[in-house]
Design a protein around this ligand. Sequence first.
Ligand SMILES: [Zn+2]
Length: 419
Amino acid sequence: MPTAAFIDEHADELVAFCAHLVQQASPNPPGDTRAVAAAVGGLLERHGIPVETIADQESMPNLVASIEGREPGPHLVLNGHMDVYPDGAEAAWSRPPRSGAIEGGRLHGRGAGDMKSGLTTLLYAFLALAADRSFAGRLSLCAVSDEMSFSPHGAPLVLTRRPDLVGDAAIGAEPTSPDFVLIGEKGMLWIEVTTLGDAGAGAFASGLTNAIETMGAVIADLAAWRERDVSIPPTVTAALAAGGTAGLPDEALTYADDRVLHLPTVSVGTIRGGTKINLVAETCRAEVDLRIPAGLTLDDARSFVAEVIARHVGATSLEIQGMEPNLTDPSDPLVQALLDAGGDVLGVRPRPELGITASDTRLWRALGRPAAMIGPRIAGQGMPDESIAVADLIACAKIVALAAKRYLQPSPGRTKPVS
Ligand SMILES: [Zn+2]
C-alpha cells in the first residue's frame, strides 16, 4: 500500500491511539512511563514487530524496534519520548488533564502535543513502511523515557547500549509546526547556585550575611546574560535564508520564533532558602536555566556564570547539565526529504528553522549525524489545556512516512545492516 494511503486508511485508529496514549499517565517527575510503553509495545507487537526494552530504571523503559528494507541502504532512526510535563493545577484545566477528548477538531490533554502526538506520528510512519517494505536499508524506532529532564536514562542510554541506533540520520517529532523542519537548536547550561550566610537571629541581623539576599544579588547579575551580544554565524544565516518565522501566526511559534531564537535567555526555575522567618538565612539554593543561541558557546555561558559567582562572597555554582547549540546542514538529504515530503502533503514546502528549546535530536547531531524534526502545532505546552489539531497529527504522520521513504533509498556499495 502506498505510504500516505496507509496513514489515510489508519487515520481513525491513529487518532484513537494518540488519545489512548494521552490517557496513560507519564508525568515527569516522576517520569514513570510504563503505561505508555505498554501501549506502544502492544501496538508494535499487534503488527508483528518485535520490540526490545532497554532500561536501567524499572519505571523508565525505552522501547526500540527495527525493520529491514528490501535492499541495502541507509539506517534512519525515528526517536520520540514517552514522558510528559506534570499536570499542574487540575482546577485550571477546562477538561481533566488526561481526558484525551477529541472536540472541535482538536485532541486535548497533557502530552497531546509534547509529545504523544509526535510519538504517534513516528509510530504510524514506522508501521506504514513496515506494511510495504519497499524501502532500502533499515528503519528504527525509539520510544524513550526521561527526555523531560535530559537524563542518562532515556535516549542517551539507548545510544550507549545500542550504538547501531546512532544510524545514519534521525527524525524527531516534538511539537513544532508542519510549517517548519527544525534543523538545529539552541544550547543550554543548567546550574545550581548555592549561597551561604551567617547564623543569627533576624532581630539582631546587623552585619550578618543573609544567604537569600546574596542569592538575590547573584540572580540580578545572572540576568545580564540576556544582554550578551550575539553574532549569528554565516552558516545559520544561510540555513534560515529560505526559512524564518516572519509573518507566521503566534500559534506556529512555540518552538521556532525568530524573535527569541537569537537571544541568550536566563530563567530561575527553583529557589529554596532559609529555615524560619526570624532567623537569618544561612543557605539558599537556586536552579538556573541559561539558553545559548548559535553564535555563543557553552564555554561562553560557563565563563559568564563563573564571573558572576566570583563577585559574590559565599556563592558557588555546580553545573547540572550543558549542551552546545547545534545545527544540521539544510542541504543534507534528510532535511531535503522532510521538506519535499512536507511539500507533497501540505502543498507548500515547510521552512527550515532553528528550535528554541532542546530535544533529543541534539544527541544525534553531537555524534555527527544529521537530525531534524517536524511535529504538530501545540497549544498549552507545559500549561493547562494542552491540545493539538487532529489535522496536524495526520499531516505530520504522512510527512514523516514519506520523508522516511524518500530518505531510505539504495546506497551503492552499502552492505545490508546486520541484525
Ligand atoms: Zn518534548
